[in-house]
Write a protein that binds this ligand. Structure first.
Ligand SMILES: *Cc1c(COP(=O)(O)O)cnc(C)c1O
Length: 224
């Protein structure tokens, strides 16, 4: 097991190589440290390395970290499936929501939020049945119907790569998400600027960076 500090250096080294390949600046991508599986003490070690964007995937985990870390400089992301009845526990504590995948959820967010929420629409690019997310065919219609919820701002699209797939398959999924994102961005919808791409995790963030990710969500690579 290596130290978090060493892990950070390794992540930055690999990310730097990928970004260089495609002529992107480090500042064009935000690394989100996924702290869902670690203690607040461990989370502090990545904050000390300069990472300020943190992500949790359970209401209880989010609440505990917010309280224990108590740091107004942190930017909070909620990733993963959120049950409609838990929206009220979460929505006013976060800066970004990465898993908007159904209208019932949008409706509940509209009802509970005290301000505009920056949301990523989750897309199931590869159509795996086990996975949540809007199918690419339904995406346009879904985004159009979000216009009726003024508190929802679609800042971008999010996806998870197919599990244990070959690099070429993962790359294709990320490229597909980018194509979808660009198509929506070009419509210049006031409620859906859709400029961002949340894709890439510990196993595939270098591919995601090469394919245009602007937010990568890394857990394991920081902490193991
Ligand atoms: C857990 C999780 C991550 C981080 O995964 P790692 O493989 O540990 O980097 C990213 N995104 C989502 C939606 C997750 O649930």
């Amino acid at each position: 097991m290596s130290s978090v500090k060493e892990n950070c250096q390794e992540i930055e080294r690999k990310l730097g190589l990928s970004l260089k390949k495609v002529n992107r600046e480090r500042s064009s991508i935000q690394v989100v440290a996924v702290t869902k599986s670690v203690s607040s003490e461990q989370a502090i070690t990545v904050i000390e390395e300069g990472y300020t964007h943190l992500a949790e995937n359970r209401p209880e985990g989010l609440e505990a970290k917010l309280e224990e870390l108590n740091n107004p400089q942190l930017v909070w992301h909620y990733i993963g499936n959120l049950q409609t009845r838990k929206v009220k526990k979460v929505i006013n504590k976060i800066d970004y929501f990465h898993a908007l995948d159904r209208l019932a959820l949008a409706e509940e967010i509209e009802k509970r939020a005290n301000k505009t929420i920056s949301c990523f629409v989750q897309v199931n690019v590869t159509g795996e049945t086990s996975k949540s997310g809007i199918s690419p065919d339904d995406l346009d219609g879904f985004i159009d119907s979000l216009l009726q919820y003024p508190k929802i701002r679609v800042v971008g699209l999010m996806t998870m790569a197919p599990l244990n797939a070959e690099e070429i398959v993962v790359r294709r999924a990320f490229a597909q998400l980018r194509d979808l994102q660009q198509t929506i961005q070009e419509k210049t919808l006031s409620h859906a600027p859709c400029t961002e791409l949340s894709m890439g995790m510990s196993k595939d963030y270098t591919i995601a960076a090469e394919e245009g990710a602007t937010f990568i969500r890394i857990g394991t690579s920081f902490f193991e």
